[in-house]
Every structure is written in structure tokens, then in C-alpha cells.
Write a new protein. Structure first.
Length: 398
């Protein structure tokens, strides 16, 4: 039996909302939903809610692949999962993902296969999605026999009511249970060139982030740290032969000479735009509250002699350490180049690859209007160093 997997992703906004729709009748699609939601609930994530529009898109596309003898995120007519879900009536979305699979013979088998694939697992466990549609078609004599589609989405203004209920435990020995067992022997697809599509983010700026670039972005703070892409992956006009991608807050470089996992490197825009660093201070001169000191050592790179802290020395809360620790630390931002300073009325701190800003207007109870996102999510923000660098260097990116 041939088996294959594919996945895709589109993000429009860093803000996420909850949605509400009715559930499926009992069916293979319902079992997939139950298994997926059990995986999410086990990890403290909200269960996904069925969207009628995403369901129509998923069911229609599963049938199209089976009848058309193809397996791809892009159909022979040129449609993509974006155009398909919008044609099904799913509009005003701010986040979309798609998982495909073919050949798996049961809901448990296909969910195990998706969970065994890092890209598909990331889609299932994404905190950005709150609605789902599942499609399944079995067509004897077709290339794979069984075709599975998951469409994930998020939209503003959806009801917060979820109809999900965890499946009840069956009697001992009862067959046909959809209750999820721990994945101990996941079913994986053969390692061929066609069984796993690269993860792709088509941003609202019109640029695509994919492959190693997207893996790095997603594992180092996502949109909060990088903003939206200002270019595709291109040959850098400033450094011939260097492959780069420009973002609102960063520039990423590709270094094929590095081992896997270290080939994407963040350009130190803080050093380029604000050369030098303040003289190191004593480790005994710590600010109040939680802090971390990066000692100055000219013989090896362990720091520049400055703190990352949640408070200034005058006791002003800035929460830079909390943000630093939760968004990638030194790997994402480099070392601090100074102690926090007031600039244009905002507390800021320059790092080798970023500049932190504390925004007191967000440091209060409540939610971003029309969402379930706490205002305090945005009390620390990063300056748009990528945009500043593009402007200073006169680059043709937008």
C-alpha cells in the first residue's frame, strides 16, 4: 500500500482567536477530529472546532485527488488550499494550514503518520489555529486508495463555544474505539521525493518563507521576532554569493557549509546599525529582580559585560528578561550591548541582533480588541531593524 504525506501553512497575523462550529456525525472524519483534539488537549492546547466551510473544502479536495489521480497541495487546475477554502466560503481568515495524506487505512493510522512528521505535527499542535475541516475519500482502484485532508484556520469574530467532548472510554475489549492510544509505533511514509511537501508560509507581503528558513523562523520566536518577510530568499545584493532573506525585524543568511540545524544565521543588525557597545559593568551591579549577566571576555564570546533584566536600576518594570528567555535568548538576539536606556520616551535595550522596547500602554489587564490575546503579550516589542537596514542600505525590498 502506498502512503504519502504533505503539509502547507499560511500566516497572516500573529493574533489568534477561538472559533465555534457544530461537530461531525460519527465517521472517519469525526474519529480524526477526536484523535487530533486529544493530542492538543494532552498538551494544554484548546480543542479545534469544526468549520463547515473548511469541511467542504477538505471533502471536495480529497475527492478531487482520488478521482484525478494526483497528490499535491496544488491541483492540476492551479488551485491552492488558499483559493479552495476561500471558494468554500472561508473568508476573512488570518491563518491557514493544510495537511494531506494518502494510503493510510484508518483514522488512527493517518493521525499517527501526521504526528510522526515534524511539519504535520506542528500544524496539528499549532496555537494559531482554532478551526478545522477534515475530508476523507476511499476510492478502490485509485493510486493510493484512501485520501485524507485536514484544513486548519483561524478567523476573527468566531463564537468562543466549542462542541468538542472527549470520546468516552469503551468497555474492556470493545472494538472500534476512537480513543487515542499513545503513539508508540507511528506509521511513517516511505522517504521519497514526493511524500512530503516543504512547509511554506505565504505572507501578506506577498513573499514566501519555506524550508530551512521557515523552520528557523518558527523555532526562534516566529512573527514576534522577525515580523513579515520583505523579500523571498534571494542572492544578497550586498554580499554576492550569499543567500539571504529580509524581514521587517531581521535578515537571515544561509550558510551551507554549516552542519544541519545551523545553516540559517541571523545577521547582527544591532551591531551593523549601532556599532560598538557600552563599556562593561560589574557583575555586582545587578538591577533589582530577575536578571542574567553576560560577562565580558575578550578571549572567547561569552558576552559584553551587560545584564538582561526585568527591571531597570530605578525599579521600572520592563520585562526584557522574560521576553529574552521565552523568545530564543542569545541564539535569537545575541548579547546585550548596553544597559536599558530611555529613548523617545520608551525604555530600550540594544542587542547584537535586535533592539528591545518596553510599551507600557500594553502592560495592563485586558485583551487586544476583538481577540482573546492578552494586551501584555505586546508589552515588549522589537524595533523594525530589518526595515531600517533596508532603508539605510537603499535595498529594493518592501
Amino acid at each position: 500500500m502506498r502512503r504519502s504525506l504533505m503539509c502547507a501553512l499560511v500566516l497572516v497575523s500573529a493574533l489568534t482567536l477561538l472559533g465555534g462550529r457544530t461537530a461531525y456525525a460519527d465517521s472517519p472524519e469525526q474519529q480524526v477530529l477526536d484523535l487530533v483534539n486529544a493530542q492538543r488537549v494532552q498538551r494544554g492546547l484548546p480543542p479545534l472546532i469544526v468549520s463547515a466551510e473548511l469541511t467542504r473544502a477538505a471533502e471536495s479536495y480529497a475527492a478531487a485527488m482520488a478521482a484525478g489521480r494526483f497528490f499535491s497541495h496544488t491541483a492540476p487546475d492551479g488551485s491552492t488550499f488558499i483559493s479552495r477554502v476561500e471558494a468554500a466560503g472561508y473568508r476573512d481568515w488570518d491563518y491557514l494550514e493544510e495537511n494531506l495524506a494518502a494510503g493510510q487505512t484508518s483514522p488512527q493510522q493517518v493521525v499517527d503518520a501526521w504526528m510522526a512528521s515534524p511539519e504535520h505535527r506542528a500544524n496539528i499542535l499549532s496555537s494559531h489555529v482554532h478551526e478545522i475541516g477534515v475530508g476523507y475519500v476511499s476510492l478502490p482502484g485509485s493510486v493510493y486508495g484512501n485520501y485524507w485532508v485536514q484544513e486548519f484556520g483561524d478567523r476573527p469574530g468566531i463564537s468562543l463555544t466549542s462542541s468538542y467532548q472527549a470520546p468516552s472510554a469503551p468497555a474492556a475489549g470493545a472494538p472500534g474505539s476512537s480513543s487515542p492510544a499513545p503513539v508508540t509505533t507511528p506509521v511513517t511514509a516511505p522517504a521519497t521525493a514526493t511524500n512530503l511537501a516543504p512547509l511554506t508560509w505565504l505572507a501578506p507581503t506577498g513573499h514566501v518563507v519555506s524550508g530551512d528558513w521557515l523552520s528557523f523562523v518558527r523555532s526562534h520566536g516566529n512573527v514576534d521576532n522577525f515580523g513579515l518577510p520583505r523579500s523571498d530568499a534571494v542572492d544578497d545584493p550586498l554580499s554576492p554569493g550569499q543567500r539571504v532573506q529580509y524581514f521587517q525585524r531581521a535578515v537571515l543568511e544561509y550558510h551551507p557549509e554549516n552542519p544541519p540545524g545551523f545553516r540559517i544565521q541571523r545577521r547582527l543588525l544591532g551591531d551593523l546599525l549601532y556599532p560598538g557597545a557600552d563599556p562593561p559593568i560589574s557583575p555586582d551591579d545587578a538591577p533589582p529582580g530577575p536578571s542574567q549577566y553576560f560577562p565580558y571576555s575578550p578571549d572567547r564570546p561569552t558576552g559584553l559585560g551587560h545584564f538582561v533584566a526585568n527591571y531597570t536600576r530605578t525599579g521600572q518594570p520592563i520585562y526584557f528578561k522574560d521576553y529574552f528567555d521565552s523568545h530564543g535568548g542569545v541564539a535569537a538576539f545575541g548579547y546585550p550591548k548596553e544597559e536599558p536606556k530611555l529613548r523617545d520616551g520608551l525604555w530600550t535595550q540594544r542587542f547584537q541582533a535586535a533592539v528591545f522596547q518596553y510599551h507600557p500602554e500594553y502592560d495592563r489587564d485586558g485583551f487586544v480588541p476583538g481577540t482573546t490575546v492578552p494586551l501584555r503579550t505586546y508589552r515588549v516589542q522589537l524595533e523594525l531593524l530589518g526595515d531600517e537596514y533596508i532603508k539605510v542600505m537603499g535595498l529594493p525590498f518592501n
